[in-house]
Design a protein around this ligand. Structure first.
Ligand code: 5GP
Ligand code: ZN
Length: 136
């Protein structure tokens, strides 16, 4: 299923041009227009799924398999030092395009990027309470 108003549906299905670095029946991988680093790319399924929660299991597995393969290839070609996979779900998590995508972000020593979080500081009791909530 496609969403007529979705930019990633249009890019993934070739209606809008992109700097495509890989394509198969299920996915397109193209360069991010506002890259966090040299080579920052997005794995995008051709079908419209808003986020991880509605993505079929098989497609999720295929996306991760593809990410592994593509990251290895890009690491060799771009000679990056590290590699981040980032995947945002929901506005509060930084999602701005509501069509599932997986960021492939090559990292370079001293690239000046910060794709990170402030480490928190929870007591043992608080950590236990979180664990209990998740297991409830
Ligand atoms: P999100 O914040 O939803 O995880 O990531 C959306 C990403 O899509 C951003 O990194 C943004 O730069 C990228 N992006 C948004 N619109 C376009 C577009 O039209 N073309 C390309 N290539 N990237 C886009
Ligand atoms: Zn879409």
């Amino acid at each position: 299923m496609k969403d007529q108003n979705c930019i990633f549906c249009k890019i993934a299905n070739g209606e809008i041009p992109s700097r495509t670095i890989y394509e198969d029946e299920q996915f397109r991988i193209f360069l991010d227009l506002a890259p966090a680093s040299k080579g920052h790319a997005l794995i995008v399924p051709k079908e419209h799924y808003a986020n991880l929660f509605v993505l079929p299991d098989e497609l999720a597995a295929d996306a991760m398999r593809l990410a592994k393969r593509q990251a290895a290839d890009m690491k060799e070609k771009l000679c990056c030092d590290g590699f981040q996979l980032v995947q945002n779900n929901g506005e509060s998590a930084g999602q701005t395009v509501f069509h599932f995508h997986l960021h492939l972000i090559p990292r370079y020593r001293n690239d000046g990027q910060t794709i990170a979080w402030e480490p928190g500081n929870l007591s043992a009791e608080e950590l236990d309470a979180v664990k209990a909530q998740i297991l409830s």
